[in-house]
Design a protein around this ligand. Structure first.
Ligand SMILES: [Zn+2]
Length: 420
């Protein structure tokens, strides 16, 4: 049994790597050959200069080449933690909690924190190179070293403030609720998620960015008119100083019910005309109106439910622990499960992305119909593509697997089919 678990894991782990690596190679080759043939998608002809096209090709190639290395690096890290670090960290946490004598779940909490710390430190070089290497080279990075360090420290404080009580409750439920613990854990995680959705916009996000009500003017008037027309309740429209960290632009909705906020990045307002900005917001309101967000939450809940059920079976099996050389415990089960579930859930990614792309088409269509004109949405897409140096020629398999949004070409073609 032990051997079977280990073999199954290693096979899935290797397969995931081969698929990821192979898709990236296909994508890199496709981008290069399209560039050599100067094969700009027809819909972008005359809208993107050769200079911008070249820049986007360089950016995509830089990211893809880097991905090659960090796909390998990430796996080495996971294998090292699984087979080299978990055992010693568990013993260390056990020893420390005994000498400090700080309650029955302290070993579990210390163990999870230690693994979290090792993972964070191991991913730091990848994160640093991506931010200060690639993003900086293409003019996107605006983060200073000081801001980067402060962000990391704030993240650490948040994960302690929310993570420790969260873990404590989960470990307590596993310990006290018998074989039905996972149903209780499911209810708790769902409640916790809901709480985070409520407190994120008002307490957490402002710690990282400055939010100001969108200043009076045409854009504000028209967004409010649009929201009124669609019966979309919101507690306010805000601008966020996204330019503090990156030149990439975005807009999003946050919160639930009447407390929903509309947030526009200052970079988006700067880069877009009023018409285009309005189209982006109409698209976002479309997601709400068509209950896409709720549907995605339901999908997530189903996965969480299934995942916790599987964990409840594994935690009861001694072979699961011995396969990875660990002593059976609830905290070891949690960490092991988190580390090894990647290669198993990896195959669900294209399915979820497919659903997400369907939602994007629907929201685009909603925007075109609401504004009685598909042009502004189309222009906004071209604008975003050029400003963000998005890949104009992704390999179809790569985008089908990894893209949560259809490619701009696919979206524009669909928009032109709209009756509006
Ligand atoms: Zn969308």
């Amino acid at each position: 049994m032990e051997q079977l678990i280990l073999t199954a894991f290693l096979a899935l782990f290797a397969l995931e790597f081969i698929v990821e690596f192979g898709l990236n190679e296909l994508n890199l080759r496709h981008i290069s050959s399209c560039w050599t043939a100067k094969q700009l998608p027809e819909l972008f002809d005359g809208k993107v200069s050769l200079e911008d096209y070249e820049k986007s090709v360089q950016y995509s190639l830089a990211n893809g080449s880097f991905r090659r290395w960090h796909e390998i690096y990430d796996r080495v890290v996971i294998l090292f933690i699984l087979f080299g670090a978990l055992g010693p960290l568990d013993r260390f946490a056990g020893g420390l909690s005994q000498s400090l004598s700080i309650g029955s779940y302290s070993q579990g909490i210390l163990f999870c924190l230690a693994v979290g710390l090792v993972l964070t430190l191991a991913t730091l070089p990848v994160d640093l190179y991506s931010t200060f290497g690639i993003e900086a080279r293409f003019g996107f990075n605006k983060t200073t070293i000081g801001l980067y360090v402060t962000d990391k420290l704030k993240g650490l404080i948040l994960s302690l403030v929310f993570g420790v009580p969260f873990l404590l409750v989960i470990l307590w439920l596993m310990d006290q609720m018998g074989s039905a613990w996972w149903l209780w854990a499911f209810a708790f995680v769902m409640g916790f998620q809901l709480l985070m959705i409520v407190i994120f916009p008002t307490f957490i996000a402002p710690w990282f960015n400055k939010f100001e009500p969108l200043k009076e003017g045409e854009l504000r008037e028209r967004i409010l008119a649009l929201a009124g027309e669609l019966g979309f309740k919101t507690s306010g429209i805000y601008t966020m100083d996204g330019s503090k960290r990156s030149a990439h632009s975005n807009a999003y909705f946050t919160g639930i019910g009447k407390a929903k906020r509309i947030v526009l990045f200052d970079t988006l307002i700067e880069q877009m005309t009023t018409e285009q900005g309005l189209a982006v917001l109409a698209h976002e309101m479309g997601h709400y109106k068509m209950r896409h967000i709720r549907r995605m939450l339901v999908v997530q809940a189903v996965f969480l439910f299934a995942g916790l059920y599987v964990l409840s079976l594994l935690v009861a099996s001694a072979a699961f622990f011995s396969a990875f050389g660990l002593d059976p415990s609830n905290h070891a089960a949690l960490v092991l499960f988190a580390l090894i579930s990647g290669p198993a859930t990896f195959y669900l990614e294209p399915l979820i992305n497919r659903l997400s792309r369907k939602h994007e088409y629907e929201a685009d269509r909603f925007a075109a119909i609401t504004l009685r004109d598909g042009k502004p949405m189309e222009e906004a897409l071209v604008n975003l593509t050029v400003k963000n140096l998005s890949n104009l020629n992704p390999h179809p398999w790569y985008s089908a697997y990894h893209y949560s949004h259809p490619t701009p070409v696919e979206r524009i073609a669909a928009l032109r089919q709209c009756p509006a």
